[in-house]
Design a protein around this ligand. Sequence first.
Ligand SMILES: [Zn+2]
Length: 326
Amino acid sequence: MRSVLTSLLSILSLASPALAGDIRLSQPIDCTLGSDCYIQNYVDTDPSSAAQDFTCGALTYNGHKGVDFALPTQADMLKPVNVLASAAGRVVATRDGMADISQKSPNAPNVSGVECGNGLVLDHGGGWTTQYCHMKRGSLIVKQGDQIERGAPLGQVGLSGRTEFPHVHIVARKDGKVIDPFNPFASKTSNACTTTPTDSLWDQPIAYQSTSLLQVGIASSEPEYAAIKAGTVLVDSLPVSSPALVVYGFAFGGQTNDIMRLTLRGPKGIVAQRDVTSTKNQAQFFNATGRKSSQSWPEGTYEAQVEIERNGIVISSMSHQIDLIP
Ligand SMILES: [Zn+2]
């Protein structure tokens, strides 16, 4: 009986396309996409010096080999958020000890040759490997030779290596060749992104999100972009003596002609409002508007409301309330 089953299986595997069914990957990060994490970049499917993701969209850059599962701000790393094994496998390489510093920082280290930062490689057998990059220093809890179950924690999301935002960059390879988990059958010799993928390597469907607000808030002065990305601007209250009230919206995946509509309402109505039209595609971006006052603001609840509109349709909206207190 066993020999019959074995020969049937070998026929099935011969009949199936090159990659189908070889491996299924689960989400490599312990968070909810579209809620407390998002995908900033996909595999570059364009063999030229241009770049396109598997949907022909702009969420990638030239030569990007992995998928970036990202946290909205650096403060979100502190929760902490675990990196998870996408499939069962054996640890074949690890690195730890590199600092968590954005490459945008003035004291960023030279990461040439160690772009992955802290991370590891899992061997799943059958020629398949997954690599996990940019993990938090000191967070790796696996070592070379360990056998790991699917979904097991490997360490935490960090900011090590060549990165400007906290994320895990996962690369899937078959026999050493990079495979896009979202479109494993795409040809790498021509741009195949116009074909809707009929299959993916994910064990659960992962929706493509081109654009979304990441954080909306109210500040007492125009915030620095670095502080927004660090996650240190968001507050739940401000003093009524604040010199200004500023609504800001931080987002990813901005496209030319998108409109970001910023509104700040207080107990007596609208305090500030502004529409900002994008003049280019932007991986991440923020806009702000506000009003100054030399007098105290009325006490009470203030709400920031931000929308992104594309071709007349609101594609993302987010709000945040704070209390103005004496
Ligand atoms: Zn990446």
